[in-house]
Ligand binder design. Structure first.
Ligand code: SF4
Length: 439
């Protein structure tokens, strides 16, 4: 049997794309191995959102350039961004495939197996984006479903429109079919994926928007939790909150990237909303009947960001009180409009701002988690941490909740169960608790 090794970098969409790639390879008779040394075919599914992520791939490739008898392939966003240039930068690479071409991966492998070199799949306009042969799911608890590919926005720092192309929404019937298959396979949690799920527009006659699709996925028998990522404030409509309010299976957790608290910087980033417009969406969430946990993405050190602009991002943290944030230093990316901007911030200063921001947020998270001590939370049991002697759980708000049970419980009995846990301790990034259920 031919063997393959795959390493995945970047976002949840890449994680799910790798599940599709693995499904196609297994269907072609390949077996997965855990190290590149053991593999006939070595694949890197790449991310180019920041320079560091891109450099990691070329470092891996240079580490392996002396390996004999192996086929190397670069997949994902760096593949799409760099295309055939990869063959010049790393001559031992034979395969370069962007995410929109995964439905064609089987055909490309035939060329490779026939001894093909410089084999590429780089079209961005394919209509069969969602129709991959098979998907091998690695997460036993949560099933990912891509509902939209690409992005029609043009945020000044972002490579996604270049690496994943324009927006293509998947037909609602195809999304529901996959949701029912997941429920049939025993999944109880689904995560809907897209670079901008809010601009989902069902191309089929049903013509559903995102809120309607979300509600219908929430009604699939056997599904207990539905999450979605990533949203864009410009397209985030109030009807999404209304649907969450009336559909218990939709998790009370929303990720709404803001990127900056300064309207001046938001305009330079071409984010298409102001601080006030963003805060209106936060007010909708805080007015919801369900205690919605809110998370976001923030970039510090965007060209032209002054200390006063940065202070506005800090004051936004205090005003919103996010439950968690993903924060990054601005990283100049190829093909992006921000490259032409002046007043680039020195790396050291970007580092200082990132540290200040993360410290401020850490205090907020500790305060918010501490307020949950003494409450009961429903946890989906994701596994056992033998080092700590604790069960690993996750709440509907996407908080990590590690807990002990009063009675001895076997992994079979507990994993994938939903159990009530009383919160006894809180940290900035997780909760701890006790579960009294009989097993
Ligand atoms: S909305 Fe902006 S940041 Fe998000 S993928 Fe599209 S261009 Fe990139």
């Amino acid at each position: 049997m031919k063997s393959f090794y795959i390493e995945t970098f970047g976002c949840q969409m890449n994680v799910h794309d790798s599940e599709k790639v693995i499904g196609t390879l297994e269907e072609r008779g390949y077996g997965q191995v855990q190290t590149p040394e053991e593999a006939d075919l070595v694949l890197y599914n790449t991310c180019s959102i920041r320079d560091k992520a891109e450099q990691k791939v070329f470092q891996r490739l240079s580490e392996n350039k002396k390996a004999r008898g192996k086929v190397f392939g670069v997949l994902g966003c760096v593949a799409q961004q760099e295309g055939e240039r990869i063959f010049d930068k790393a001559p031992h690479v034979s395969l370069v495939v962007g995410s929109a071409s995964y439905p064609k991966l089987g055909e490309l492998l035939v060329q490779i197996e026939a001894g093909g070199r410089r084999v590429t799949g780089l079209r961005l306009d394919s209509d069969d984006t969602f129709e991959t042969a098979a998907t091998r799911r690695d997460n036993p608890h949560k099933g990912y479903i891509t509902i939209i590919e690409g992005c029609d926005k043009s945020c000044a720092y972002c490579v996604v429109p270049f690496t994943r192309g324009h927006e293509r929404s998947r037909a609602s019937a195809s999304v529901l079919r996959e949701a029912r298959e997941l429920a049939g396979a025993g999944y109880t949690e689904i995560q809907l994926l897209g670079q901008n799920v809010n601009s989902y527009r069902d191309a089929s006659p049903a013509g559903w928007n995102f809120a309607r699709l979300l509600e219908e996925v929430g009604r699939v028998d056997g599904i207990r939790r539905v999450r979605f990522t990533t949203s864009h404030p410009r397209d985030f409509g109030r009807e999404i909150i209304d649907v969450i309010d009336r559909t218990e299976t939709l998790c009370n957790q929303i990720h709404l990237p803001v990127q900056s608290g300064s309207t001046k910087v938001l305009a330079a980033m071409r984010r298409q909303y102001t601080r006030d417009e963003y805060m209106r969406r936060i007010e909708w969430m805080k007015a919801s009947k369900r205690d919605i946990a809110i998370s976001t993405d923030i970039i510090v050190g965007f060209p032209g960001e002054t200390e006063a602009d940065f202070e506005q991002t800090l004051s936004l943290l205090d005003e919103v009180e996010y439950d968690s944030i993903f924060s990054f230093k601005y990283s100049a990316r190829p093909n992006t409009p921000a490259l032409a901007l002046e007043e680039h911030i020195p790396e050291e200063e970007k580092g200082r701002r990132l540290m200040v921001l993360q410290e401020r947020q850490r205090a907020i998270q500790l305060r918010r988690n501490s307020a949950l001590v003494g409450t009961w939370q429903e946890a989906l049991v994701e596994g056992w941490n033998s080092a700590k002697g604790q069960w690993i759980g996750r709440t509907s708000q996407n908080r990590v909740l590690n807990f002990v049970t009063q009675a001895q419980a076997g992994r079979e009995e507990m994993t994938a169960r939903y159990v009530p846990v009383r919160v006894t301790r809180a940290g900035p990034n997780s909760l701890a608790g006790e579960c009294a259920i009989a097993v």
